[in-house]
Structures are given as C-alpha cells and as structure tokens.
Design a protein around this ligand. Structure first.
Ligand SMILES: [Zn+2]
Length: 175
C-alpha cells in the first residue's frame, strides 16, 4: 500500500469518531472529565497509601528485628548455666553443718547423800534438828530428788521422821 492510500483509509476510519465527538454536548464532556479526574485522584491516593504502608512496615520491622534476635540468644544460654550451678553449691554446703553434740547435763550438779558422807549408820529419831532438813514447812517428808539422799538412807530418814511424829517430836503433814 502506498502512503497516500494509507492516509485515505485512516481518514475514512477516523471520520465517524470525529462526528461522534462533535455531537457530544459540552455538559457531558465536563461530566466525563470530572469523573475521570475523580478516578485518577482515587487511584493516585491508593498508590500513595500503598507506598506509605510499605515504608512504615519496613521501619517497624527494622525496629523490631534487632531487639528480638539478641534477646533470644542471650536469654537461652545463661538460663542453662544458672540451673546447673546451684545444684553444685548445695553439695558443697552440706558438710558445713555443725557436728552432732552429745547430751549435755543442765541444771545443778548431783547432790551427794549427807549420811553417806558422814558414814552415819543409825539415824536417831530424837535428833529433830537434823531431821527438820528433810521435811517441808508443813511437815511433809521431802523426796529424794530434792535432798539428794541415797535410797537406803532415805528409807531410814523417813522411818525416823515417822517415829518422831508418833513421839510428838515432829508434826504430821498438814498440821
Ligand atoms: Zn546414804
């Protein structure tokens, strides 16, 4: 095809379009322009929003990543170490306990029998001055654990006190 023919064909094809455009009223054109403007605005807004979103995401990720990774690394290893150490220390501390103390006697020393010390064989029921030591204020016979007399002499003393009671030289208990 020659260039002249091409031009002729093109003009023939474009002709109806030009006619249609000429027929379109200026009001309708303005409406279309406004619609197109609004569409373009919305598209541009969406694009800008997407860009801003991507930037913010990148910023937040950059902030989070350096904090999270080192925390995990530093936390895990020392935990394992601290768990192992106290167990070892416990075994070291146990032998530091104080050794077991044997029984220690408390209170006053054990008394010695007065009659055994003086080698008294027969306790006289008439010797009220001596017997008064083995009697309470009311006249009760004192027990062995308080006076310290031996079993044999405690028997003799109590018999002597009872004899002297009958002889009215010492009071009966409670009188
Ligand atoms: Zn004795």
């Amino acid at each position: 095809m020659s260039e002249e023919l091409k031009k002729e064909v093109a003009e023939e094809v474009k002709a109806p379009v030009k006619e249609v455009k000429a027929e379109v009223k200026p009001e309708v054109k303005a409406e279309i322009k406004a619609e197109v403007k609004a569409e373009i605005k919305a598209e541009v807004k969406a694009e800008i929003k997407a860009e801003i979103k991507a930037e913010v995401k990148a910023e937040i990720k950059a902030e989070i990543k350096p904090e999270v990774k080192p925390e995990i690394k530093t936390e895990v290893k020392p935990e394992i170490k601290t768990v192992a150490r106290p167990e070892a220390k416990k075994f070291e501390r146990r032998p530091e306990r104080k050794p077991y103390k044997k029984f220690q006697r408390r209170g006053p020393r054990r008394k010695v029998c007065f009659f055994c010390q003086d080698k008294v064989e027969n306790i006289d029921y008439k010797d009220v001055a001596k017997l008064k030591k083995y009697v309470t204020e009311k006249g009760k016979i004192l027990p062995r654990r308080q006076t310290g007399t031996c079993a044999k002499h405690q028997r003799d003393v109590s018999n002597a006190i009872k004899k002297s009671r009958i002889a009215a030289m010492m009071p009966f208990a409670g009188e």
